[in-house]
Design a protein around this ligand. Structure first.
Ligand code: HAM
Length: 413
């Protein structure tokens, strides 16, 4: 997880995104208004905290970061900064779902938001950033699915058309979908219920009903993706599970699993969200990539997702098994100089200590013995098999130089 976080934050910095942290919990209203009350995330998956006071405030753990980030953008006057405000957040999210492989109650997201840019160029730039993240993380051939879901000019008519399409089937719809038919029919299109698959496939498509400005935006967005040589697939059924989206919507999938339940990541444009949460009308776009699913994809691809332990450059050992304080002091000196070092703290014989150092693939063993009285230790190069006496005061410099030289030599030769 830490490796993925480092890759994500590194990329974000290269693309000009600044880190932001938001609280792990917010007032429930931030999520309800932002994400939409008639959504799985709010109706079924929101981790609500028990009310504590008489003031009527209700709180919930964050199921996603976008609503909280936009709340912070409005509350902290980020509209007055040069736009767009580009922000990155990596952290845990919480959804009270039924846990299963790839679906957890606490999971990690790498989230990017560009607030204040209407696109469509930035839409493509963000997808390119997401694709690069997967490539750098080692997930090969991630598929990009894109769609446009229109805006307040063209979507209302489409919603009515969708209601008319589903109404004759109302009796055969699963309960929750029937309930949503009049309140939020768009959510029927991303239903996870297999009973909806055929019906959804034949449903009217928003992409055929976009207004002029939305259609132009969508076309130019695709031109930008082509200019960046990002392969993508149009997916007219992709509407995302959160209500704040307008126009551009996209998802990333493990190749061969396009459109199945578990996306690696997803995002889109939310041109109405800032206003909805109390700010001036401001466009925005972003994505959230599920890091747990990236780890799963790496493991399935035969890559170890576990972070590798860095072998120590030096292990400090000693002839006197009990002299742990001296060994620790010398290891501390090395570490203070930036050298990966370990002191042997088990009170065992020198031979055993050296064996353990070799097993750890240490480059050097620092042997503390009688010479310490003169301020010196033996520096044994475990790879070359050589050994020499070195003053403790020069030890860090000596180890650092020999190790760097050795590795430089290996790389060059
Ligand atoms: P989302 O599609 O709800 O979008 O979640 C983004 C990603 O988080 C998913 O594609 C998936 O990889 C991961 N994810 C979601 N739920 C779980 C879970 N229960 N267990 C493991 N992984 C999960 C959002 O959250 C939006 N805020 C994305 C966004 C940012 N849109 C604009 N800006």
């Amino acid at each position: 997880m830490l490796r993925l976080e480092t890759i994500g934050l590194g990329l974000a910095a290269r693309y000009g995104y600044q880190p932001i942290e938001t609280p792990l919990f917010e007032q429930t209203a931030v999520f309800e208004r932002g994400i939409g009350e008639v959504t799985d995330v709010i109706e079924k998956e929101l981790f609500r905290l028990a009310p504590r006071s008489e003031d009527g405030e209700t709180w919930a753990l964050r199921p996603e970061p976008t609503a909280g980030i936009v709340r912070a953008y409005v509350q902290h006057g980020m509209q007055t900064l040069p736009q767009p405000v580009k922000l990155v957040l990596v952290g845990p999210m919480f959804r009270y779902d039924r846990p299963q492989a790839g679906r957890y109650r606490q999971f990690w997201q790498f989230d990017i938001e560009a607030i204040g840019d209407p696109g469509p160029a930035v839409d493509a730039e963000i997808i390119e950033l997401g694709s690069r993240f997967y490539r750098d993380a080692g997930v090969e051939g991630v598929a990009v699915l894109v769609n446009s879901i229109g805006d307040s000019a063209c979507r209302p008519a489409y919603i009515e058309e969708l209601k008319a399409y589903f109404r004759p089937h109302a009796a055969s719809l699963p309960d929750i979908e029937r309930d949503r038919l009049e309140r939020n029919p768009l959510r029927l299109l991303d239903s996870k219920d297999p009973a909806m698959t055929a019906l959804n496939a034949a449903a009217p498509r928003i992409t055929d009903r976009l207004c002029g400005p939305c259609a132009d935006h969508f076309r130019s967005f695709q031109d930008h993706l082509r200019a960046l040589e990002i392969p993508f697939r149009l997916e007219p059924g992709l509407v995302r599970g959160l209500d704040y989206y307008t126009r551009t919507a996209f998802e990333f999938y493990v190749a061969g699993r396009e459109g199945q339940q578990q996306a690696l990541g997803g995002g889109g444009r939310y041109d109405g969200l800032v206003e909805l949460l109390g700010g001036k009308p401001t466009p925005g776009i972003g994505f959230g990539l599920g890091l747990d699913r990236v780890l799963l994809a790496l493991e399935e691809g035969g890559h170890s997702a576990r972070a590798e332990l860095i072998p120590p450059v030096a292990v400090v050992v000693g002839a006197d098994p009990a002299a742990t304080a001296e060994r620790l002091r010398i290891a501390t000196l090395l570490r203070a100089s930036g050298i990966v070092a370990r002191a042997e703290l088990a009170p065992r014989k020198l031979g055993k200590q050296l064996e353990a150092a070799a097993r750890d693939r240490a480059h050097f063993a620092v042997i503390v013995g009688d010479e310490l009285a003169d301020g010196q230790v033996q520096l044994k190069d475990l790879e070359a098999g050589t050994q020499k006496l070195v003053p403790v005061d020069d030890l860090a410099r000596e180890v650092g130089r020999a190790h760097a030289g050795h590795h430089h030599g290996t790389a060059a030769g």
